[in-house]
Design a protein around this ligand. Structure first.
Ligand SMILES: Nc1nc2c(ncn2[C@@H]2O[C@H](COP(=O)(O)OP(=O)(O)OP(=O)(O)O)[C@@H](O)[C@H]2O)c(=O)[nH]1
Length: 300
């Protein structure tokens, strides 16, 4: 019997905030591994999504949107993004043709153009974008960066994604798989659980909740009856934000907890008991321990 050769490689997904990177990674993996939201900069730490295609395993690095960093949290996010791109077998530049802003794209173009990795341009949101500006943008970017390929996709509907996935798989070098066949991400269930709560916070509070909030894992207990008990702390900077998260008579936090619990039960395939606590800590974004819990590097 001839042994079948496997392929394995790294694909970095780079793009401005809100371009749809997490949505694309979820689509390529075939299940939700990264949270998404209409609020920019939802993705914080670098995370891996693991996609399979035939005998090929692709390790997708979903990077936080790159922007001009000022605060420590932002700087840590940006450096996590570039570390993700290093030594990748392909770097995907994902662009939202509708909302892309010049000042967000420029630094990306500058940083990418001389990099040695194979670069692929992916124009996203074809489900809502008009064809003419889409082609013009592809041409404009193609003049600045040497892309080996260009794809037009909708990460949301999946349109164009299978063709792109096939092409990416073909680029991956021969080698053993780095992760077991059934593993879809490198994020622990404990951390994924906090991300699901954070997604609900964003979805239910929209612009009311500033970007300065975090969800920390407190306890994660597997119960003997097959269910899991999860305790998390929602940290905000100010007391009025705490009141917003709690809502009238605790109604908002209840609804956030309920939605997060339902989604987690489905993802984990077991019954979930979720306990959320809201805490005000105006200095959390200067807290080393919290940074490390979120998988970010404090020293940047
Ligand atoms: N119509 C449409 N919307 C999309 C598409 N892809 C992503 N979106 C939406 O765009 C928003 C941003 O998507 P995300 O996947 O969170 O974007 P991101 O690039 O990971 O964002 P950051 O975490 O801020 O870096 C969400 O509301 C998505 O539902 C698409 O192909 N079509």
């Amino acid at each position: 019997m001839t042994e079948q050769k496997t392929h394995c490689g790294l694909v970095a997904v780079i793009g401005a905030p809100n371009a749809g990177k997490s949505t694309l990674v979820n689509q390529l993996v075939g299940q939700k591994v990264a949270i998404t939201s209409a609020k920019a900069q939802t993705t914080r730490a670098r995370m891996l999504g693991i996609a399979l295609h035939g005998d090929t395993q692709m390790i997708l690095v979903d990077t936080p949107g790159i922007f001009a960093p000022k605060r420590r949290l932002d700087r840590a996010m940006v450096s996590a993004a570039w570390e993700g791109a290093e030594s990748a077998d392909a770097v995907l530049l994902l662009v939202d043709p509708i909302k892309q802003r010049r000042h967000e794209l420029e630094p990306l173009v500058e940083a990418l153009k001389d990099r040695p990795e194979r670069k692929i341009l992916v124009l996203n949101k074809v489900d809502i974008a008009k064809k003419e500006p889409l082609l013009a943008l592809a041409q404009e970017l193609g003049e600045k960066i040497e892309f080996s390929e260009v794809y037009f996709v909708s990460a949301l509907t999946g349109d164009g994604v299978p063709e792109m996935k096939q092409a990416l798989a073909d680029l991956m070098p021969e080698g053993p798989w780095m992760y077991p066949e059934d593993q879809v991400s490198d994020v622990s269930e404990r951390l994924l659980a906090t991300e699901i709560t954070r997604e609900q916070l964003y979805q239910q509070l929209h612009e009311e909740l500033p970007y300065d909030s975090a969800v920390r894992p407190e306890k994660y207990i597997q119960r003997k009856d097959g269910s899991v008990e999860i305790h998390q702390q929602i940290v905000v900077m100010r007391d009025n934000q705490r009141m917003i998260v709690l809502g009238k008579g605790g109604s908002r936090i209840k609804s956030i907890g309920q939605a997060a619990r339902e989604e987690l039960s489905e993802l984990l395939g077991q019954k979930v008991h979720l306990f959320l606590h809201v805490k005000t800590d105006e200095r959390w974004s200067e807290d080393k321990e919290m940074f490390e819990e979120m998988g970010l590097d404090w020293t940047r």
